[in-house]
Design a protein around this ligand. Structure first.
Ligand SMILES: *[C@@H]1O[C@H](CO)[C@@H](O)[C@H](O)[C@H]1NC(C)=O
Ligand SMILES: *[C@@H]1O[C@H](CO)[C@@H](O)[C@H](O)[C@H]1NC(C)=O
Ligand SMILES: *[C@@H]1O[C@H](CO)[C@@H](O)[C@H](O)[C@H]1NC(C)=O
Ligand SMILES: *[C@@H]1O[C@H](CO)[C@@H](O)[C@H](O)[C@H]1NC(C)=O
Length: 294
């Protein structure tokens, strides 16, 4: 058994989170355990936790997909997961990995991976919902084959901004522009969810390429989850400011520095294939407010 899994099986995540407030470095070195942090919630055995909790796999066949969700709810955090997507002919399949709250005015932060024929590029689809309103899609190709190996997909969510990153390269920033009338997710705790399902009515080339069930089961894999995050339970946050002995974690005010800003521009310039803020046909009466402000 790996040293990191021994550590994580003995130390509860909430204890780690306490420590994380004063020493973010420690949490980053201890990876969590899927048995402890997640529940496979659907798919009748198609979702599996393996390797003593170090690996999770979801699969999809003609009868069903599968999914999991975090045990914890979080209100802000820096959350990393390594994913290896469905290899080969994955056309028609979608692997969604996202944070979401509940209810009709929910908040949501989405990564969705749209499969493709062998050798054709996956699309990484992103969206942000605040108080039930989404329609903020941005899509990217990736600069590597996301099915050949694990890559890290991260969400930084603090009160000022949401940053989506891939292997440490920021690809999207959604700023808190509440002062100018754009709702921002900051009051509703969210869980982490993931699912693998059939979406061949829209996913690949807009639905023109269908799932080839002779390739089933389709499998996506997850490892090395880490959450440097505020856990919400019983109406309170593990990062409550009433605890004056703890200093706030640095990710709580993290922003893009000049280098990260350059990386973001590089990703947008070379890999972005759709931006709602540039889709004039879709918004004939004018772009959403954040498009003109951000
Ligand atoms: C959503 O609702 C379920 C069931 O009512 C509850 O267990 C959960 O904590 C709620 N919040 C989130 C973020 O899922
Ligand atoms: C699949 O490949 C085609 C051809 O290269 C491309 O147009 C499309 O954007 C790719 N991705 C998806 C999810 O359709
Ligand atoms: C797990 O992720 C952390 C960053 O979150 C990274 O430093 C570490 O190298 C990863 N471990 C493995 C085994 O990939
Ligand atoms: C406050 O933080 C310190 C150090 O992180 C911890 O030892 C203590 O238990 C915390 N107290 C409360 C009430 O959360």
């Amino acid at each position: 058994m790996a040293a990191s899994s021994l550590v994580s099986s003995r130390v509860s995540i909430s204890l780690l989170l306490f420590v994380a407030i004063s020493s973010a470095a420690l949490l980053a070195t201890a990876s969590a355990n899927f048995y402890k942090d997640f529940d496979v919630t659907w798919g009748d055995g198609r979702g599996k936790i393996l390797e003593d909790g170090d690996l999770l796999t979801l699969s999809l066949d003609k009868a069903s997909g599968s999914g999991f969700q975090s045990r914890n709810e979080y209100l802000f955090g820096k959350i990393n997961m390594e994913l290896k997507l469905v290899p080969g002919n994955s056309a028609g399949t979608v692997t969604a990995y996202y944070l979401s709250s509940n209810g009709s005015t929910w908040d949501e932060i989405d990564f969705e991976f749209l499969g493709n024929l062998s050798g054709d590029p996956y699309i990484l689809h992103t969206n942000v919902f605040s108080q039930g309103k989404g329609n903020r899609e941005q899509q990217f190709y990736l600069w590597f084959d996301p099915t050949a190996d694990f890559h890290t997909y991260s969400i930084l969510w603090n009160p000022q901004r949401i940053i989506f990153s891939v292997d440490g390269t920021p690809i999207r920033e959604f700023e808190n522009l509440e002062g100018r009338g754009v709702a921002f997710p900051k009051n509703q705790p969210m869980r982490i969810y993931s699912s693998l399902w059939n979406a061949d009515d829209w996913a690949t080339r807009g639905g023109r390429v269908k799932t080839d069930w002779s390739n089933a089961p389709f499998t996506a894999s997850y490892r090395n989850f880490s959450a440097d995050a505020c856990v919400w339970s019983n109406g309170g946050s593990s990062c409550s400011s009433s605890n004056s002995t703890a200093s706030p974690a640095s990710w709580m005010s993290e922003a893009l520095d000049a280098t990260s800003q350059e990386r973001l521009e590089w990703a947008r310039k070379n890999y972005m294939i759709y931006d709602y803020c540039k889709d004039g046909k879709r918004f004939p009466l004018g772009f959403p407010a954040e498009c003109n402000l951000g």
